[in-house]
Design a protein around this ligand. Structure first.
Ligand SMILES: NC(=O)C1=CN([C@@H]2O[C@H](COP(=O)(O)OP(=O)(O)OC[C@H]3O[C@@H](n4cnc5c(N)ncnc54)[C@H](O)[C@@H]3O)[C@@H](O)[C@H]2O)[C@@H](O)CC1
Ligand SMILES: Nc1ncnc2c1ncn2[C@@H]1O[C@H](COP(=O)(O)OP(=O)(O)O)[C@@H](O)[C@H]1O
Ligand SMILES: [K+]
Length: 500
């Protein structure tokens, strides 16, 4: 599991650790790790460090100090290191002295050195930066990218908000980021994540001083493998769980088929389909149990997934209300989200999982879509708190948030944190922009619903489903466009890949 901590948590941990170390020792540790990472990259790029052309973009804070001490180490190994101070007169004095003593120099013409650099270190701002890149930094940052050098961000790409991944205006676009002590939320959540490139974590000994409950967590293969249901000898289809899917309409019969295709591959023992798309579903998946009346008359289910392609007719509204009245976990997606009453969700005692994309989340929150996309972490937390439900916010770097325990009795299961506090938000590390294709969300609804029916707590069902769904899309795509149907078809391969 990858975990990320807030700036406050990092600063507190640094303070405690620094009190036990000689002055400047922590920065030198960070710089040593950074220099080792840069030397490795230069060897991959050029086969050597000696003679490499390295440029340091240095701001006024300790982030610049890290870059300067790392630059000094590279200079001692024979690299030609030039510094571009973006706040002349406020450059980290110890770092600058070390660099000059090692043979580095201040660049006379920043644009000239950037045009021929092999590696550019972005030490403009780290966790102390706010409000995006300042205008005076823009020309050099653009020149760094334009010159063709590899760009390595120190701790965090400058211009990315460390706690949220928000970017105001422009931010550095790095090929790699070397971060210290712990990941920062902004490295794992878009739009920041996309600016960070390949991530590398350098251990500087902060671990024991960081809070045990992080701000954010990203599951990896082994974590997801532990969550996935496995049938045992005594299993039968009912014990494995029955998932009910309420989806599709005369206008969108395909949504029913796609949601069922995800549900069939999610580990439940049987899939019941309720809605007007029964014929289309049966033609494709004869194993589905189809029902035409209201969901409550369909027979026993352990969880419902409701909403994809439902439309907003009276049948749809009644079906959503009927499902929400059931005392089993319910996933609500797409059109179902437009038919929700906040109070109905809050009053449910069984878990509720809402799965909006940014546009649907914006409508639920009464804000613009752009606001949700720019501040995904705040939006998903706000929705979870408001509805007292688990919320999966789709899009690049899908997020899963849980409300604080006590705000909805059913949906806070699986929390490892103190009573009252919401557990860490989960960020999904799999996926590909090729997933942004019509109907792929329907597959996700069925899949997550199936995992709910198999008995996973809402937070785990949501994060395991997002993980498998993203991995499946990657496996199906391998660089080419995918259709939602391909994503469903590759789910068994993704599952094997995770557990294997
Ligand atoms: N405190 C420590 O001992 C350690 C700190 N480390 C480094 O120190 C960094 C944090 O250092 P600081 O607290 O000095 O903060 P930063 O170096 O991130 O930035 C703060 C400085 O940048 C200026 N600034 C803020 N926003 C700006 C913007 N948008 N454009 C231009 N300038 C802006 C501020 O006026 C301030 O002078 C970490 O990210 C990490 O790189 C590491 O060396 C590990 C140890
Ligand atoms: N830029 C992106 N990068 C990665 N995944 C994305 C991106 N945009 C959308 N997705 C994913 O694609 C799926 C689209 O779902 P959704 O928006 O509900 O579409 P639909 O309603 O057509 O099925 C979601 O799983 C979402 O996380
Ligand atoms: K930086």
């Amino acid at each position: 599991m990858r975990t990320a901590h807030s700036v406050d948590a990092v600063r507190n941990a640094e303070r405690e650790l620094m009190a036990r170390l000689p002055e400047g020792a922590l920065m030198k540790r960070a710089a040593a790790g950074l220099a080792t990472a840069c030397a490795g990259l230069l060897k991959d790029l050029l086969g050597r460090v000696y003679g490499a052309r390295v440029v340091l973009l240095v701001g006024s804070g300790d982030n610049g100090g890290d870059a300067l001490y790392a630059g000094a180490r590279l200079a001692r190994r024979g690299a030609g290191v030039r510094v571009v101070p973006l706040a002349p007169g406020r450059t980290h004095p110890g770092g600058l002295a070390a660099l000059l003593a090692a043979g580095g120099r201040v660049a006379e013409d920043p644009f000239e050195v950037l045009a021929t650099a092999d590696l550019v270190l972005d030490g403009i701002t780290g966790i102390g930066g706010h409000g995006g890149l300042r205008p005076d930094a823009l020309p050099v940052v653009r020149a760094a990218r334009g010159g063709g050098a590899m760009v390595v961000a120190v701790d965090l790409p400058s211009g990315v908000e460390a706690d949220s991944g928000e970017v105001t205006g422009e931010a550095v676009r790095a090929d790699a980021t070397v971060t210290f002590g712990t990941y920062k939320p902004g490295l794992l959540i878009d739009p920041g994540h996309e600016r960070a490139g390949a991530l590398r974590l350098v251990d500087i000994g902060l671990g024991p001083y960081l809070p045990s409950v992080p701000e954010l967590e990203a599951l990896q293969h082994a974590d997801v493998a532990r969550l996935l249901p496995v049938p045992v000898g005594e299993s039968d289809k009912y014990r494995r769980g029955v998932v009910g899917v309420v989806a599709g309409s005369a206008r969108y019969p395909g949504a029913a088929v796609l949601a069922v295709s995800g549900a069939l591959r999610g580990g439940a023992g049987a899939v019941r389909y309720v809605g007007p798309g029964g014929e289309a579903v049966l033609a494709r998946f004869p194993e589905t149990l189809v029902h035409e009346g209201p969901p409550s008359g369909a027979g026993r289910v352990q969880a419902w997934a409701v909403g994809p392609g439902l439309g907003d007719g009276s049948w749809a509204a009644a079906a959503v209300a009927d499902v929400l009245a059931a005392d089993v976990p319910v996933l609500v997606d797409a059109d179902g989200l437009r038919l929700l009453a906040e109070r109905t969700v809050r009053e449910r005692t069984a878990p509720t999982l809402l799965t909006p994309h940014a546009g649907e989340a914006a409508a639920l929150l009464g804000v613009d879509r752009e606001e949700v996309e720019a501040g995904r972490l705040a939006a998903v937390r706000e929705l979870a708190a408001r509805y007292g439900a688990t919320v999966l916010l789709k899009g690049s770097t899908t997020l899963v948030a849980e409300p604080a325990s006590g705000s909805a009795s059913g949906s806070a299961s699986g929390s490892a944190s103190e009573p009252g506090a919401a557990p860490p938000v989960r960020v999904n590390p799999t996926g590909t922009p090729w997933l942004a294709t019509a109907g792929s969300g329907d597959v996700l609804s069925g899949l997550a619903g199936s995992l709910l029916a198999a008995g996973l707590p809402a937070r785990d069902a949501a994060s395991a489903a997002a993980y498998l769904h993203g991995l499946s899309a990657r496996l199906a795509s391998r660089g080419a466009p995918v259709a939602a149907d391909d994503v469903a078809a590759w789910l068994p391969e993704a599952w094997r890949n995770v557990v294997g």
